[in-house]
Design a protein around this ligand. Structure first.
Ligand code: NI
Length: 137
């Protein structure tokens, strides 16, 4: 059976402050620069969600991309869009909201929801020039 990967792109806007409360203010400024600004700042994020699986002979799909979109919107995008990662997002509490930590947290939410396909890759763009990717390892 042919294994095919399908990808849905979603976008959201969110605020954060990259700050480690275990470190001094000076060390935080040195490590994180502008991203440590105390009064928050925002990003226009792009998230690419890839799932892989067999092509269902009945539909010709691996997973209906409209269905994938609704899963990710309901369980991730609606919980982070126009929110503050430090204050508003329950699954990010106690975590420094870098793109690295955000993408791992998203994985934990999305992975159990895409059966019978399986989540193979998340790519989170923080700016058009910077992205992180995670494959669940
Ligand atoms: Ni930032």
């Amino acid at each position: 059976m042919a294994q095919v990967t399908v990808t849905r792109r979603l976008q959201f806007n969110a605020a954060h402050r990259v700050h480690n409360p275990a470190l001094s203010d000076e060390e935080n400024r040195r490590l994180f620069g502008k991203c440590n600004h105390p009064n928050w700042h925002g990003h226009n994020y792009t998230l690419d969600v890839s799932v892989a699986g067999d092509i269902d002979p009945r539909t010709g799909y691996v997973l209906d991309l409209g269905h994938l979109k609704r899963i990710v919107e309901t369980h991730v995008i609606d919980r982070v869009d126009h929110r503050n990662f430090n204050l508003d997002v329950d699954f990010m509490q106690g975590t420094i909201p870098t793109s690295e930590n955000i993408v791992v947290a998203f994985w934990r939410v999305i992975a159990p929801l895409v059966a019978p396909a399986r989540l193979t890759r998340l790519v989170l763009w923080e700016t058009p020039n910077n992205y992180v990717e995670y494959e669940g390892r």
